[in-house]
Design a protein around this ligand. Structure first.
Ligand code: ZN
Length: 173
């Protein structure tokens, strides 16, 4: 898909799970690709450069395990999307869970990490209440199965066309 207007989102990464640098770099590049596919330019900011005041900026925080309130969730998930009381949007990804899923399905942790990040950021970019953000197929499925992990590993786990439209509509100034 080719889109005329480039829409931008700034992502700030905190790697608090000691994820190896090459894995992070590969995952970041894959997130850029997934969003470029739907006409959205993702910019990863340098560590320490916080521009939280930007309207389209999201913090991506990679931690080993879910903590606190996030543990109350019924299902094992790889991440969570939240807003702070000040309105800062935060996408958490739980790296030990990413590693476990990657090992179980014999796929690359970097690609699973990328899909988990793209999924949680997707929650923050999709309109509130849109089927709680989940779809029955693609990147925004609540839980991925073996085939989804295969697609993820081949860089083919993507947003559905209607989700791409919603995200683009919300980002359009
Ligand atoms: Zn989700």
């Amino acid at each position: 898909m080719v889109h005329a207007i480039a829409l931008a989102v700034a992502l700030h990464l905190s790697n608090a799970a000691s994820v190896p640098v090459p894995t992070i770099a590969k995952a970041q590049a894959e997130v850029v690709r997934v969003y470029r596919d739907i006409g959205v330019d993702v910019e990863w900011s340098q560590p320490g450069v916080l521009r939280g005041d930007q309207p389209q900026s999201i913090h991506v925080v990679v931690i080993p395990y879910e903590t606190g309130d996030l543990q109350q969730r019924p299902k094992t998930v790889m991440g969570a999307a939240t807003r702070t009381p000040h309105g800062t949007r935060v996408a958490y990804v739980f790296y030990r869970r990413v590693e476990a899923e990657a090992a179980q399905y014999d796929v690359s942790p970097a690609f699973v990490l990328a899909c988990a990040i793209a999924h949680e950021v997707g929650h923050l970019l999709l309109p509130d209440g849109f089927q709680s953000g989940h779809s029955r197929a693609g990147l925004m499925r609540a839980c991925w199965d073996r085939d989804d992990f295969r697609r993820a590993d081949m860089g083919q786990l993507r947003f559905l066309p209607e989700q791409a439209l919603l995200i683009r509509a919300r980002l359009t100034p």
